[in-house]
Design a protein around this ligand. Structure first.
Ligand SMILES: Nc1ncnc2c1ncn2[C@@H]1O[C@H](COP(=O)(O)OP(=O)(O)OP(=O)(O)O)[C@@H](O)[C@H]1O
Length: 454
């Protein structure tokens, strides 16, 4: 028996009785209605999955117009209801008209019992699939809205920043592939999100894949998906990031970390706009806007034979260079103020201010870890301070010259390690909370935990 509620509408009592007897063993609930005039009030108080509706109600007038009239009324109330129509006259034109208006199917009287039952069951399945699709579409749109809302506003009014934002503004609405270059923590992911939000695809999904955290063996399954049984651990079929991002934007972070074989596979998908799930043979079209980012010098990598030239050309239709924080005069002060307000609110220290000379000290520092380092530095200071003002002495920077920046990367790594370690303690290993606090994706977090052996 199928789980489904059926309403039969026909003005012939004998038809109603015969259909009810036939269908009550096949469906969960079967009700009848001999007068269509009470159809709308019946629909208002009861829920059905299928309506089996006669086309001709007034004796002697067999135009089917009454059926079409009631069909429209039903669909006005609930566009997803499956309506199967019945007529004693095999009028193809009328059938086409009814299907165009939104009927699920059409049955001729006298009916064949088996055919009638299977038509209704197919209509029911179709309704279920439609409902599932609508539910998934709603969930997807809701998720996209939530993800878009969650992203931070871009802060910065310095000249290099304004120049970059002007380019972002210009290229966002195009569907061009974009390559974002910049040091760690300069805001590449934030810019990618901004591009997505300002694009025609803003109601679609923005999805990030951290290429630095993806292993050779998982690459294809992660990006292209797999079918059940494609490899030992593939217990269920799974769609890949390319398909999830369909209609939206796919952001490939740390693209410079891809091995040559992975680059070849990625290039294949980008050239053909098609993918094949691992273990499958169906070719599927992909519809994504591609944004890539890296802190590596890809041109040098091409020269060194570490990055495919054809892939570089494919991904950098437009290149955006994100300026390092140390070259953004004035942005440090604005960002510092922004993060002070954010963390003061978070840690219930709303009245906390910077002391007079603190901002000068922050502006004098070179910020090798860029905005992320500034963000974490302010958060740490807000947590640790017992003063009503954040004093310059509370920020302990080793003064560094530009030629020391190479070594700074090492000390920044040390700092990053400590930050992750303390966040892990604070959140008792809850990866979602840690990733949220540190402003990184979970794959990046896993990668860093592995890297620092935490
Ligand atoms: N202009 C900005 N305004 C506000 N916040 C910013 C800005 N730039 C970066 N941030 C913040 O700094 C942190 C790091 O930014 P993001 O992750 O986008 O950098 P990234 O360049 O992608 O870093 P990585 O190369 O390490 O992946 C995030 O928390 C982000 O919100």
């Amino acid at each position: 028996m199928s789980i489904g509620r059926v309403l039969i509408v026909d003005d012939h009592k004998r038809v109603l009785t015969a259909l009810q007897i036939l269908l009550q063993d096949e469906f969960e609930e079967v009700q009848t209605l001999s007068n269509p005039n009470s159809l709308l009030s019946t629909l208002a108080t009861n829920q059905y999955d299928i309506i089996l509706l006669d086309m001709n109600f007034s004796a002697g007038v067999n135009t089917g117009n009454e059926g079409l009239f009631w069909l429209k009324k039903i669909l006005d109330k609930d566009t997803d209801l499956a309506v199967v129509l019945m007529t004693a006259y095999g009028d193809v034109e009328l059938a086409v008209k009814a299907i165009k208006v939104g009927a699920s199917d059409f049955i001729l009287k006298p009916w064949d019992n088996n055919k009638l039952v299977s038509t209704l069951k197919t209509a029911l399945e179709l309704r279920r699939s439609k409902q599932k699709i609508i539910q998934l579409e709603n969930e997807k749109a809701g998720l996209a809205r939530e993800m878009n809302q969650a992203s931070t506003q871009m802060i910065g009014r310095s000249k290099p920043m304004l120049e970059m934002l002007r380019i972002v503004e210009k290229v966002a609405s195009t569907d061009a592939n974009i390559l974002i270059l910049g040091e760690h923590g300069t805001g590449k992911e934030l810019i990618a999100r901004e591009l997505h939000q300002k694009s025609e695809r803003c109601n679609g999904i923005f999805i990030t894949v951290d290429m630095g955290a993806i292993t050779e063996s998982l690459f294809e399954s992660e990006l292209f998906g797999h079918v059940k049984g494609a490899f030992t651990d593939a217990r269920e079929s799974r769609i890949g990031r390319f398909e999830i991002a369909s209609g939206g934007t796919l952001f490939l972070d740390e693209i410079g970390n891809l091995s040559m074989p992975m680059q070849a596979k990625l290039l294949g998908a980008l050239q053909t706009h098609k993918i094949i799930r691992l273990g499958d043979n169906q070719v599927r079209d992909i519809d994504i806007r591609l944004i890539c980012a890296t802190n590596k010098n890809l041109v040098q990598m091409v020269v060194d034979g570490e990055f495919r030239e054809d892939l570089l050309y494919r991904i950098n239709t437009i290149q955006i260079d994100v300026p390092e924080l140390r070259y953004r005069n004035g942005d440090v002060a604005v960002l510092a103020e922004y993060y002070l307000r954010k963390y003061a609110a978070k840690y219930n220290k709303e009245n906390l201010r910077f002391a007079k000379n603190t901002i000068d000290k922050l502006m004098g520092y070179s910020w090798p870890g860029n905005v992320r380092e500034l963000q974490h530095t302010i958060e740490k200071a807000v947590i640790l301070t017992d003063n009503p003002e954040l004093l310059a002495e509370e920020f302990l920077f080793k003064e560094r010259r530009i030629n020391e920046i190479k070594n700074e990367a090492v000390s920044f790594e040390e700092m990053e390690k400590q930050l992750i370690g303390s966040s892990m303690d604070r959140h008792k290993g809850n990866m979602s909370h840690i990733a949220k606090e540190l402003g990184v994706t979970r794959p990046t977090l896993y990668h860093k935990i592995k890297k620092y052996d935490l």
